[in-house]
Ligand binder design. Structure first.
Ligand code: CMC
Length: 392
C-alpha cells in the first residue's frame, strides 16, 4: 500500500477497457462504436444510436422495428408511481424527481435486485428504462408546473411522444413541429455517450457492486446533476441571464472568470478531455442556428452568448488553457428556444445519456469487472488513546 499513487479526479487513471466510445480530445474526434458523431447526427436517429451503443452494431430493419416496438410497448408506468410523484412539492428540482422515480423501479420490478438476472431479464430492464424515462422526465416537469400528467401516446415516435407528454395540455390540440422534433433527436444523439465521464463512471461503479440496473442509472442521474457536469447547461443560461441583468457587460464576466481569487468560471467553457474543440459543440451550434431561424427567435440572452463566445475565443487566458465552448454552451440555447425551462435542461441531458449508461453498465457486467474500490493515502492523526468526554 506504500506504492499507492494518488490521482485526484482520476485525470490519468484508466478504470476499464471499453469498446463503446472512442474519443480523441486533441483532434476533437468522437465515435460511437466506430461511427463518427457527425455521421450519426446527420443520418441516424436516437433509437438507432441507442441500439448501436447497447448492442455494438447498427440494427437491421427487422431488429430496429423489434427494438423500437418493444420500447413503445413499455412507455406506460405503474399508476402507483404517480403517487410517489404527487409527494414531491412543486419546487422539487426535476433531476431529483427523475432519479427518485427511476430508483422506484427497483420496487416495481424487484427481480432486478437479483444479480443473477438472465440476459432476457436484463434486456427487458433496459427496454423499460428507455421506454419510461421520457414519461418520468415529462412528469417531473408537469409536477413543477402543477399540471396534470399526460400519458404516453404510442402512435408517436420517441421524441414526438416526449414532446407531447411534456408540452400538451388536455384542453389543447398539440401539433408536433418536425423541425423541433428533429433538433431534439439530434441533441439526444450528441449526448448519448461520452466514455468514462463522472456519471458513467458512477453507473459502472454502482453496478460493480451488483446493485440493480435501476439503482445504478438513478445514481448516474444524480452524478450528472452537478454544475460541473450535466448541470452546466442550466448554469450557462443562468449565467447569461445574470450578465444581462447586470447590464450585459460580457467583458466584465470574462475578467471575473480569469481572476483566480474569484470562484466564478465561465460556464459552458472547458472540458477535461477536449483540448482543441468539442465536436458535439460544432454540430449543436449549427442546430441551434437552424432552430432559432426556424422559430424566428430574437433573444438578448443569445446575443450575450455570442459576444462572450467570441471574446473568450480571442482571449489569451482561454487560448493558453485550451478552453473552448463545450456541448453545454449551446444545448441550453436550443432548449431555451424550444420553451424548455432552465431546470429541465439537465433532465434533457439525462434523457440523451441513458443509452450510454445502459451500454456501459452492460459492458461492465459482461466483462465481469471487479467491484470498484479505489485506495487512499492516509494523512490523518497517528494512534492516540481515547479521552472520556468529561476530560476533553
Ligand atoms: N472558466 C475559467 N477558467 C477555467 C474554466 C472556465 N470555465 N475551466 C477551466 N478553467 C481554468 C482553470 O482555472 C485552470 O486554470 P489554472 O491552470 O490557471 O489553474 C485550467 O483552466 C484547467 O482547469 P481544470 O479545472 O484543471 O480542468 P478540469 O479538467 O479539472 O475541468 C471542467 C474541466 C469542465 C470541469 C472545467 O473546465 C469547468 O469547470 N468548466 C465549466 C463547467 C462546464 O462547462 N462543465 C461542462 C463540461 S462538458 C459536459 C459535461 O461533462 O457534462
Amino acid at each position: 500500500s506504500g506504492l499507492i499513487t494518488i490521482d485526484p479526479g482520476f485525470k490519468n487513471t484508466g478504470s476499464t477497457k471499453s469498446a463503446i466510445t472512442f474519443l480523441d480530445g486533441e483532434k476533437g474526434i468522437l465515435r460511437y462504436r466506430g461511427y463518427n458523431i457527425e455521421d450519426l447526427a446527420e443520418n441516424s436517429n436516437f433509437l438507432e444510436v441507442s441500439y448501436l451503443l447497447i448492442n455494438g452494431e447498427l440494427p437491421t430493419t427487422e431488429q430496429y422495428n423489434d427494438f423500437a416496438g418493444r420500447i413503445t410497448n413499455h412507455t406506460l408506468v405503474h399508476e402507483d408511481i404517480k403517487k410517489i410523484l404527487d409527494g414531491f412539492p412543486s419546487v422539487a428540482h426535476p433531476m431529483g424527481v427523475l432519479s427518485s422515480l427511476i430508483c422506484s423501479l427497483t420496487a416495481f420490478y424487484p427481480n432486478s435486485l437479483d444479480p443473477n438476472n438472465t440476459d432476457e431479464e436484463i434486456k427487458l430492464s433496459m427496454v423499460r428504462l428507455l421506454a419510461k424515462m421520457p414519461t418520468f422526465a415529462a412528469w417531473a416537469y408537469k409536477n413543477k408546473m402543477g399540471h396534470p400528467v399526460n400519458y404516453p401516446d404510442n402512435s408517436l415516435d420517441y421524441c414526438g411522444n416526449f414532446m407531447k407528454m411534456m408540452f400538451s395540455l388536455p384542453s389543447e390540440k398539440y401539433e408536433i413541429d418536425p423541425v423541433i422534433s428533429k433538433a431534439l433527436d439530434k441533441l439526444l444523439i450528441l449526448h448519448a455517450d461520452h466514455e468514462q465521464n463522472c456519471s458513467t463512471s458512477t453507473v459502472r461503479i454502482v453496478g460493480s457492486s451488483q446493485a440493480s440496473i435501476y439503482a445504478s442509472i438513478s445514481a448516474g442521474i444524480n452524478a450528472l446533476w452537478g454544475p460541473l457536469h450535466g448541470g452546466a447547461n442550466q448554469s450557462v443560461i443562468e449565467m447569461l441571464e445574470a450578465i444581462k441583468a447586470d447590464g450585459g457587460d460580457s467583458k466584465k464576466y470574462l475578467e471575473k472568470a480569469k481572476d483566480k481569487n474569484d470562484p466564478f468560471r465561465l460556464m459552458g467553457f472547458g472540458h477535461r478531455v477536449y483540448k482543441n474543440f468539442d465536436p458535439r459543440a460544432k454540430i449543436i451550434k449549427k442546430a441551434a442556428d437552424d432552430v432559432l431561424e426556424k422559430l424566428g427567435i430574437n433573444d438578448p440572452v443569445l446575443d450575450i452568448a455570442k459576444e462572450l463566445e467570441s471574446a473568450a475565443l480571442n482571449d489569451q487566458y482561454f487560448v493558453d488553457r485550451k478552453l473552448y465552448p463545450n456541448v453545454d454552451f449551446y444545448s441550453g440555447i436550443i432548449y431555451r428556444a424550444l420553451g424548455i425551462p432552465t431546470d429541465m435542461f439537465t433532465v434533457m441531458f439525462a434523457l440523451g445519456r441513458l443509452p450510454g449508461w445502459i451500454a456501459q453498465w452492460k459492458e461492465m457486467r459482461e466483462n465481469n469487472e471487479p467491484i470498484g474500490r479505489p485506495r487512499q493515502v492516509y494523512v490523518g492523526s497517528t494512534e492516540r488513546p481515547f479521552v472520556p468526554i468529561d476530560k476533553r
